[in-house]
Design a protein around this ligand. Structure first.
Ligand SMILES: [Zn+2]
Length: 121
């Protein structure tokens, strides 16, 4: 049997106590990652619940998405009638921002479900 990490959806062996992403199955919070001890994202999320990580990712994703939209508007309304270079970057920002926010939404939902079961199963 394997268990799915609610933070990153990685399948972990049943005996695993902590996922590679830093999620601790016992405390239901992000702790230090054994696999990626220097990962800045993991360090920033340390001590957070999955729902809190989800909210963080939604905010980050929406920020990137908004920046992409602004950038797209800037490069396509420059008066020359055709978009300047950089539209690809804008679209990339919109796409990755949206997928980041969606990932955060999934984490938030799974985290809320976990929270409702109490800190220790
Ligand atoms: Zn994980």
């Amino acid at each position: 049997m394997a268990k799915e990490c609610p933070a990153c959806r990685l399948l972990n062996p049943d005996i695993a106590e902590r996922c590679d992403c830093g999620y601790d199955f016992a405390t239901h919070r992000i702790a230090a990652s054994y696999a990626k001890p220097n990962d800045r994202d993991v360090i920033a999320q340390r001590g957070m619940t999955v729902a809190q990580v989800g909210v963080r990712n939604i905010k980050l994703g929406l920020g990137v998405l908004a920046a992409g939209l602004v950038w797209a508007a800037v490069v396509s309304n420059n008066g020359s009638g055709r978009p300047l270079g950089g539209l690809g970057w804008a679209i990339g920002g919109i796409v990755s921002g949206a997928s980041f926010a969606l990932r955060g939404l999934g984490q938030y939902r799974r985290g809320k479900r976990l929270d409702s079961r109490g800190p220790f199963l």
